[in-house]
Design a binder for this molecule. Structure first.
Ligand SMILES: *Cc1c(COP(=O)(O)O)cnc(C)c1O
Length: 367
């Protein structure tokens, strides 16, 4: 399963041999073709990061200053940054009553005549309520732009995350299911959206890199050739990576078992998560401090290690006048999402589970 550095170097060689070629994008083009085939979609567009994918998707959907974009309060700051980069106003939507996904009633209440898109975010690889949300968006004429950066390989009722909305956005940053250091891509079946995304990614210089002056301004969000070659190498091992992650999640769930104060966050029956993270709800006092404690003793997790909090609570979001979103706040604060890596061994998983069980007991006893 482990890819050796020799394999990666071998995959890199053709890209390096072709350098310097200012117009070269053989690897990125091959990656795009392979991504489209793997996902059964018409178009994949490689970009330089997941954040760039989100920004590019919003621009391709015509989101512009004055527009409002709905997004879950339970998200990472990158989703918010992409919306503001497009000049639009992010409107935070609360989680459903069970703490999952997006509350449709709250989304409907916050939809105005300026709302143009909704961005569901599949945190920890979970796609809760995605199809219902897409149905709502269609009924009111909103674009759905999926932030599937953590959901490569997840599906709901057999539909792959990132292929339900108008556009799906993915990250290739290290730690995601497939990675190349930094990178990202978009998936879409829509020819017009694909053409706009591809143009925006490279300063609207289309179709050839040296074509006459651009009709619009874009960005340089191109994925570098050596990185595209590494991404292709890992994409070829996607199925193995997914089965390993799912196996790891299953093992960790069974080892942590019935630990008081720690409840497995079981997927809804129609969903097949990718095993990006193993997910529990913490029912202990000061759940954020508990997550920090776990991070300090080697259990990497979203809240403790990466300081995840409901996005509307960040100081940087206060100027956006966010509504309170109490259910999302509570869900994120109580979320124990343990980061998995394909190379984590079963022995290490046993150690992680023991640590979680021991610390939960100690925490509960010390109140
Ligand atoms: C990683 C991630 C991003 C951003 O991806 P980058 O490649 O780091 O820009 C956006 N949204 C979610 C949910 C992510 O996990």
């Amino acid at each position: 399963m482990n890819t050796t550095s020799d394999d990666v170097l071998h995959a890199l060689k053709p890209a390096i041999d072709r350098m310097p070629d200012p117009a070269g994008r053989a690897e990125a083009a091959a990656l795009e073709a392979e991504l489209a085939t793997v996902h059964g979609v018409r178009h994949a567009i490689a970009v330089s990061s997941g954040t760039a994918a989100l920004h590019t998707a919003l621009i391709a959907c015509g989101i512009s200053p004055g527009d409002e974009v709905l997004l879950p309060a339970a998200t990472v700051i990158m989703t918010v940054a992409a919306v503001t980069a497009a000049g639009a106003h992010p409107v935070f939507v609360d989680a459903a009553a069970d703490g999952r996904g997006i509350d449709l009633a709250d989304a409907a209440a916050k939809t105005t005549e300026r709302t143009r898109a909704i961005v569901p975010v599949h945190l920890a690889g979970r796609t809760d309520g995605l199809l219902e949300l897409a149905a709502y968006a269609q009924s009111v004429g909103l674009h759905v732009i999926e932030d599937a950066c953590q959901a490569q390989g997840s599906s709901t009722r057999g539909r792959a995350a990132g292929t339900v909305g108008s556009i799906g956005c993915f990250s290739l940053k290290d730690g995601k299911i497939i990675s190349c250091g930094e990178g990202g891509y978009l998936l879409t079946d829509d020819d017009t959206l694909a053409a706009r995304a591809a143009a925006y990614r490279t300063h609207w210089l289309t179709p050839a890199p040296h074509a006459p002056a651009a009709s619009r301004l874009g960005m340089n969000y191109r994925l570098a050739e050596p990185l595209a070659a590494i991404a292709r190498h890992h994409l070829a091992g996607l199925d193995q990576a997914l089965s390993r992650r799912r196996e790891q999640a299953r093992l960790l769930y069974s080892l942590v078992g019935e630990t008081p104060g720690i409840t497995m966050h079981a997927p809804v029956p129609e969903d097949t998560p990718n095993g990006y993270s193993a997910l529990w709800r913490i029912d202990l006092d000061r759940p954020r401090d508990f997550s920090t404690r776990l991070a300090e003793i080697g259990v990497a997790n979203s809240v403790g290690t990466y300081r995840l909090r409901a996005a509307h609570q960040h100081p940087a979001c206060q100027d956006l006048n966010p509504a309170p979103c109490p259910r999302a706040t509570r869900a994120v604060d109580r979320m124990l999402a343990v980061s998995l890596q394909s190379q984590t061994t079963d022995t290490e998983l046993h150690h992680l589970a023991e640590t979680i069980r021991r610390e939960a007991r100690t925490w509960a006893a010390s109140r």
